[in-house]
Design a binder for this molecule. Structure first.
Ligand code: IPE
Ligand code: IPE
Ligand code: MG
Length: 253
């Protein structure tokens, strides 16, 4: 039996005093950026920043669950990140396994379901295996959905959706007249998920870097100078607090 405390529930009341539970973002997406700069600032190799970033992932998962966020989508590896040196890519591909090895018991204890978006089949076999195992193990959990964007690109996602739709048109399982925003969204990796309410990007960069291009149409954007490895509950709660001050109009008045 696990000796771990149910940490996601533990600090609920003290943590969320300043938040309005009625106005929580249902889906939070995060571009976890700045690992390399975090390491450089300390005279360390870039991979030291990636390793430290794994701890920040654990912190944000706890914080999201405590705040009753339903979906947390984390950008872990983009389709453009293949441009990096082979040694860095090799290290990054080991991290899902390392993260899950350490934290999967906690995720199970706390009812978290693991999912992914992106082209998983192009990842090394050992990475795929770790991810598939975690998805399968957690598939019946109905708490927080922890959704890793792995080998994900917004343009790739839209393009594969179009290709699949063409194939379905070809074999008449789809008709042109039935194509609308809703049916289109069903061809995306995020099928069945609500669009993110809040997007957080760390490290001071203010761009989307090919993340969730379709889904972010009306998302509230929040940026922080903090490098990802320094990200913690306090900053996450600050983002939630700011989100709650926003007035979402969706083109209305
Ligand atoms: C984010 O940190 C992690 C990934 C993109 C995989 P970076 O590695 O991009 O760190 P910086 O932006 O170079 O500091
Ligand atoms: C975006 O960060 C991708 C991930 C966080 C996985 P990058 O560091 O790759 O983005 P750019 O290159 O600065 O736009
Ligand atoms: Mg970066």
């Amino acid at each position: 039996m696990s000796m771990k405390l149910p940490f996601f529930k533990k600090k609920q009341t003290e943590q969320n005093d300043e938040q309005d539970p009625e106005n929580m973002p249902e889906h939070v997406a995060i571009i976890m950026d700045g690992n390399g700069r975090w390491a450089k600032k300390r005279g360390l190799p870039r991979i030291a920043g990636h390793r430290e970033g794994v701890k920040a992932v654990n912190r944000v998962v706890r914080a999201a669950a405590q705040s009753h966020v339903k979906v947390l989508t984390l950008y872990a590896f983009s389709t453009e990140n293949w441009k990096r040196p082979a040694s860095e890519i090799e290290f990054l591909m080991k991290l899902p396994k390392e993260f899950l090895h350490v934290y999967l018991p906690d995720l199970m204890d706390n009812n978290v379901r693991v999912e992914t978006i992106g082209d998983i089949q192009a990842l090394p076999a050992h990475t795929q295996e770790a991810v598939t195992y975690a998805k399968d193990k957690t598939k019946n959990n109905d708490g927080l959905l922890l959704n890793f964007a792995l080998n994900y690109g917004g343009r790739f996602e839209i393009m594969q959706a179009v290709k699949q739709m063409m194939a379905d048109l070809d074999c008449s399982t789809l008709s042109i007249d039935s194509i609308n925003e809703e049916t289109f969204a069903n061809y995306l990796f995020t099928q069945g998920l609500t669009d993110p309410d809040l997007l957080i990007r760390t490290s001071g960069e203010q761009r989307l870097s090919n993340f969730l291009l379709w889904q972010l149409a009306y998302t509230e954007l929040w940026f922080t100078e903090t490098y990802w490895p320094d990200f913690d509950e306090g900053i996450f709660n600050q983002a939630l607090g700011d989100y709650q001050q926003r007035k979402r109009r969706y083109g209305g008045i």
